[in-house]
Write a protein that binds this ligand. Structure first.
Ligand code: NAP
Length: 265
């Protein structure tokens, strides 16, 4: 438990499912005040909020298509009204629309770009505008951003060029923002998950053969759990990481350590 998470007002986009859900529930257990963002999953988001409330925490649900500028503005206004301000945002909402390059439509390209990259920009911009309005002592941290990216921000991914390009963009977005706003007491960091068991990759982990293939490239020999990512997010949002900005925590069970070289390559 981190004392600095207690009472922190935190917005998690994509809180209605998978990794975002795990982060919301972890933050709820840390007694943070959690705004559970959702797009299509209003009932799932309400379940997440209810789980937090049943455990004695505070949570609201916040609808927004993160690729829509107005939705994002309305979401921040709703949270401001409910919580009287905001301390941190976890920029997690994302999706895939997979195809080989030759088969990929412009709509598939734009869909992923608009949610995974435009959405990250719109939410980060709204958050920074909000943080900048807060009163600040000279060295105080007034806001924290955590971007949930992917190991595919640096590992190329055939047949997923839209997703890998968007996540590569998220890495540079995060670092450039971190550089720009550090002097204003705002920290920005990223998490690059490997293969985490969530609905986004159910087609892989629910198929025995595909799962076996995937596990070959994960030295830990297991898929990640949402709690593995939530623990990293909790640390990046806490005062324990107060001198950390512009960095990405890789949470991947060793997937990015060139597992093909195990056993001398
Ligand atoms: P997930 O279970 O499919 O959850 C995706 C979340 O994003 C849902 O809450 C969904 O909301 C939200 N979302 C989708 N489109 C949205 C939009 N237009 N506006 C607002 N929210 C939207 O997937 P996940 O695995 O938890 O993924 C979460 C993040 O982790 C993504 O950015 C993903 O790229 C990243 N990631 C995942 C893995 C993995 O192995 N699972 C690995 C690396 C990175 P609704 O359900 O309410 O529509």
């Amino acid at each position: 438990m981190s004392p600095s998470l207690q009472g922190q007002r935190i917005f998690v986009t994509g809180g209605s499912s998978g990794i975002g859900r795990g982060i919301c529930e972890r933050l709820g257990r840390e007694n943070a005040r959690v705004a559970v963002g959702f797009h299509s999953g209003d009932e799932r988001a309400e379940q997440v909020a209810e789980t937090i409330r049943e455990a004695g925490g505070e949570a609201i649900t916040v609808p927004a298509d993160v690729s829509e500028e107005n939705d994002v503005e309305v979401a921040f206004a709703q949270i401001g009204e409910a919580f009287g301000g905001l301390d941190s945002v976890v920029i997690n909402a994302g999706l895939q629309a997979d195809a080989s390059l030759a088969e990929m439509s412009l709509d598939q390209w734009r869909k992923v770009m608009s949610v995974d990259l435009d959405g990250a920009f719109l939410v980060a911009r709204a958050a920074v505008r909000h943080f900048q309005r807060r009163e600040r002592d000279e060295t105080e941290t007034v806001g924290k951003l955590v971007f949930v990216s992917s190991v595919h921000e640096f590992i190329p991914w055939a047949c997923h060029v839209n997703y890998a390009s968007a996540k590569g963009g998220v890495e540079m977005l995060m670092k450039s923002i971190a550089q720009e706003v550090a002097s204003k007491g705002i920290r920005a960091n990223g998490i690059a998950p490997g293969a985490i068991k969530t609905p986004i990759n159910e087609d892989v982990w629910s198929d025995e053969e595909k799962l076996e293939e995937l596990l070959k490239i994960i030295p830990f020999g297991r898929l990640g759990e949402t709690e593995d990512v939530a623990a990293a997010a909790a640390w990046l949002l806490s005062d324990e990481s107060d001198y950390v900005t512009g960095t990405t925590l890789i949470v991947d069970g060793g997937m990015s350590l060139y597992p093909g070289f195990i056993g001398n390559g």
